[in-house]
Design a protein around this ligand. Structure first.
Ligand SMILES: Nc1ncnc2c1ncn2[C@@H]1O[C@H](COP(=O)(O)OP(=O)(O)O)[C@@H](O)[C@H]1O
Ligand SMILES: [Mg+2]
Length: 263
């Protein structure tokens, strides 16, 4: 099978200074990749580079990123924007900024879904409501009728997650979106994403500091440290049998925290 995404020897600089160096990995359709590493190791930078959203000063200075064989590094931003949403979905920590402040949640969800799918408003609302319920947005009728400012941060975040998932993208980029949500809700969101992969074959890149979530979700794991790749391989090998000193240390510290009851 042709990989959905190929990241080949990518180096990324901000203002000429490299923050991610010589990263390579690939993603098959339906594969889940967990990306772990300390804060500042370059996880978000890699996600942004895939979407062409590095912003001013940020640039892929070496290597290539192929989505379905097309190099997104060279792609005009207009063309790349067209992929975002229906093909490549994204869920960030700050989902609020993805929502328009002056339109109801329901209107925005209907617009997003109906742009790529022939669907009635009732069906879109029905599907959104069902997904909302599963991730703990129980009063979904009220949520759909609300404006983003009328909802809490955690609710907005889940609306953003719903919106990205309802578009059934082929690749979903997930950057620590649930860290602000309580543990039960986090687990439900992750379960829904895994079900989505089963149902639609969605490939997922999941950035998280929670090694337990990676163990439960990911097929492969990429470990980053100071912008360099420490490890990349099948989840069990990386989490439990790595030869890499840094990975071993990282997994060891997680175990110690868990024993101390902190994770
Ligand atoms: N817009 C930016 N301008 C300059 N440096 C940045 C910018 N965004 C991130 N960086 C730097 O790039 C490195 C990696 O950041 P990031 O990808 O956000 O790490 P992580 O997501 O793993 O916490 C950090 O040293 C950070 O300070
Ligand atoms: Mg980050």
């Amino acid at each position: 099978m042709e990989p959905l995404l190929q990241v080949e020897h990518v180096t990324i600089c901000y203002n000429g200074k490299p923050v991610v160096q010589d990263i390579s990995f690939e993603l098959q359709p339906g594969e889940i990749l967990g990306v772990v590493g300390e804060s500042g190791s370059g996880k978000s930078t890699i996600i942004k580079a895939i979407m062409g959203l590095l912003g001013g000063g940020g640039m892929v200075t070496r290597g290539d990123i192929y989505y379905k064989g097309q190099n997104v590094v060279d792609m005009p931003s207009k063309e790349l924007r067209r992929l975002l949403g229906p093909e490549i979905g994204m869920v960030f920590q700050d989902c609020k900024s993805a929502l328009c402040p002056i339109r109801t949640v329901g209107a925005q969800i209907y617009e997003a879904v109906s742009e790529h799918e022939n669907i009635t408003k009732e069906d879109a609302y029905g599907r959104a409501g069902a997904l909302m319920k599963k991730i703990g947005l129980d009063d979904h009728q009220r949520v759909l009728e609300s404006y983003p400012f009328e909802l809490s941060g955690g609710m907005n975040q889940r609306v953003g997650i719903c919106m990205a998932m309802l578009m059934k993208p082929e690749l979903l980029l997930v950057d620590e979106p649930t860290s602000a949500l309580d543990v039960t809700v986090q687990r439900r969101v992750m379960e829904e994403m895994k079900l989505m992969r089963g149902e639609y074959g969605t490939a997922i890149i999941l950035v998280t500091h929670n090694i337990g979530v990676v163990g439960a979700m990911a097929d492969k794991v990429l470990v980053l440290h100071n912008g360099s790749m420490m490890d990349y391989g099948p989840t069990d090998r990386v989490l439990n049998h790595s030869e890499n000193e840094y990975t071993k240390k990282l997994m060891g510290s997680v175990l110690r925290l868990r024993r101390a009851g902190n994770v």
